[in-house]
Design a protein around this ligand. Structure first.
Ligand code: ADP
Ligand code: MG
Length: 579
């Protein structure tokens, strides 16, 4: 019923929670005082003993009590707000910091949509937990005990005792409901997160869905998931309503019992009229705090289900603090005996060992799906390696600080990101100090200068992710940007796949020149691109089938030879067909 982790998260909330309880308790005492005065007046009026003075004093006290009560109600709300304000901030901060600490690997633990939901909606639910549920939890026990004492002093301990015994029936009912509620709410949040993920994915992939006319199908899928969510929401609501009925039964039944008992004691002559009125008017207060706790309970349960998920995420294992900086010299890259799987089931890399010497031009080839891009992503530290070792200049990649790793390894893949803005802005990202001339040179080296000259030069506007360029133009621009950036290691992953033959040759020669001063890794399925590489690694189904120069591989590696022969045949055929 009570989550210690949540309290520990936010110790400063404690004082506001205590404040809240004190305010509520004071309000109860003031209430009791008011009812005492009223009961007293009724008794005296009945016996015709009330003087005008007494009447005026009673009214004055009542007015004063009303003012105090109003003030206390206001204070209680304020305390609720203060108690929950910090917890929301602290929780969100923790999630955010956790994402930063997990770095690139956070996706291994939760989807982006899940995290957004948990840190926005989930944390919001905690507000009621701290602001209402926790203070009420204590107050609901303190109030009946207080009233028991007051009833005993002002009336009859017998009636008070019976009422006190009835109070635990309400938490008993709550506890029974809790068992069902916990499972149901965890399902509810699962479904909610699932719906959110699907929605985000479909929204982002809208164009693709439209292209394949699959939007109608996805629409139906979403409808089905929404329907599931509606059903489970209804179940939650039904459960809540049912439990409220049970709690009301005990709360108002208990109050009625109190009234009947007090009435009977009055008829039997055991109680004065004053005491009877006092007890009748206050008997509901015995049960109402518990009843209120019950209604907060559902909101709190929801918050706790959300917080369970948040705590699970917060306790995910983090990569070690990465203190090593990217080494300056001797940048040989060594992969030794690496086995890797994205999902823990399908083995993507299986005992891969590759050596890449500094300032060489290394090719990684192989059929699509053989694990080439995965190797690139491991070198860049995007995924954590569980088996095997990957070092740069002898330092484990997993120990190298991420910022310095990203700064020194430049990856150019098919899906390079561009930002809305001018060509200049996008190029200056890579080299903030580059002159106009250097920018044009880079564009010329990648054979894209002509296109931009015809447009608006370096001021040509790019739309979001350069949507207004063709695939080939985008790749050439990405290459130009990479060349401008002064990284130590370059990884080109199918970076020339969309480019016409003439430009490709030009770019390839530029890349080879780059390899004189930088380490260049060329990942490609087209063997032609790497024939004169210093060393080629041929991949086949997650294994290295062989390595060496082009000539050596033709001799020693059957897989490579087959790939080469097939590609050459196709090319010859292509030429033959054309002429
Ligand atoms: P290549 O670049 O040689 O075409 P990849 O390294 O991209 O091959 O992929 C190798 C295998 O790993 C493929 O079977 C692919 O399905 C799988 N794979 C690639 N990326 C992921 C990912 N992010 N999550 C799960 N599986 C992946
Ligand atoms: Mg690939």
């Amino acid at each position: 019923m009570f989550d210690k982790r949540l309290m520990a998260m936010c110790p400063e909330s404690k004082k506001y929670i205590v404040g809240n309880i004190i305010c509520q308790w004071t309000e109860l005492m003031v209430n009791a005082l008011m009812i005492f005065i009223i009961a007293n007046a009724v008794g005296k009026l009945y016996r015709n003993e009330m003087t005008l003075n007494e009447m005026i004093i009673s009214l004055l006290i009542l007015a004063g009590a009303l003012v105090v009560r109003f003030f206390m109600t206001k204070k209680t709300t304020e305390m609720s707000y203060l108690a929950s304000k910090t917890v929301k901030r602290v929780m969100r901060e923790q999630i955010y910091k956790k994402i930063l600490r997990l770095g690139n690997t956070y996706r291994e633990h939760a989807t982006t949509a899940e995290l957004v939901q948990e840190s926005v909606e989930g944390v919001e639910q905690l507000e009621s937990y701290f602001g209402q549920y926790v203070p009420q939890f204590f107050y609901a026990f303190i109030a009946p005990v207080t009233l028991f004492i007051l009833f005993g002093l002002a009336g009859s301990f017998k009636v008070a005792g019976v009422l006190l015994i009835c109070v635990p029936l309400i938490p008993g009912a709550i506890m029974m409901v809790q068992k069902i509620a916990k499972k149901l709410l965890s399902k509810y949040w699962d479904q909610y997160a699932k719906l959110g993920s699907t929605f985000l994915e479909n929204l982002q992939g809208m164009t693709t869905l439209k292209t394949y006319k699959a939007d109608a199908y996805k629409n139906e899928q979403m409808n089905a998931e929404s329907e599931n969510f509606r059903r489970i929401t209804m179940k939650v609501l039904t459960m809540q309503l049912n439990s409220i009925i049970i709690m009301d039964f005990f709360a108002y039944g208990g109050a009625a019992l109190g009234i009947v008992l007090a009435g009977k004691a009055f008829i039997d002559g055991d109680l004065t009229l004053q005491s009877t009125v006092f007890m009748i008017l206050l008997s509901a207060d015995f049960f109402l705090p518990m009843r209120k706790l019950g209604s907060y309970f559902h909101v709190a349960m929801n918050g706790m289900a959300a917080s369970d998920r948040i705590f699970k995420f917060l306790s995910e294992e983090e990569p070690k603090e990465k203190t090593s900086m990217f080494p300056e010299r001797g940048l040989d890259i060594s992969l030794s005996d690496i086995c890797f799987s994205y999902d823990g089931e399908m083995q993507v890399l299986d005992g891969v060992s590759i050596d890449i010497r500094e300032h060489t031009f290394t090719g990684i080839v192989g059929e699509s799906g053989s694990g080439k891009s995965t190797i690139a992503s491991l070198i860049m530290g995007r995924n954590s390696i569980k088996q095997g070792k990957l070092t740069i200049a002898g330092i484990n990649v997993s120990d190298i600080n991420e910022d310095s790793l990203f700064k020194n390894i430049n990856y150019v893949g098919i899906g390079s990101t561009f930002f809305k803005g001018t060509v200049r802005e996008n190029l200056l990202l890579a080299a903030p100090k580059a002159s106009e001339e250097e920018l044009w040179n880079a564009l010329a080296e990648c054979n894209i200068d002509g296109f931009f000259k015809d447009e608006n030069g370096l001021d040509t506007l790019l739309t979001e992710n350069a949507g207004n360029l063709s695939g080939g133009q985008k790749q050439r621009l990405a290459l130009a940007r990479a060349i401008l950036h002064d990284a130590k290691i370059y990884i080109f992953d199918e970076a020339t796949s969309n480019i016409d033959i003439e430009s490709e040759e030009l770019i390839l020669s530029k890349i080879k020149k780059l390899a004189e001063t930088k380490t260049v890794i060329m990942i490609t399925h087209r063997l032609m691109n790497v024939v004169d590489a210093d060393r080629i690694n041929c991949m086949e189904n997650g294994r290295v089938s062989g390595n060496g120069t082009h000539a050596e591989l033709l001799e020693t590696d059957g897989i490579y030879r087959n790939l080469w022969n097939t590609q050459k045949e196709l090319e010859e055929y292509g030429k033959g067909g054309a002429t």
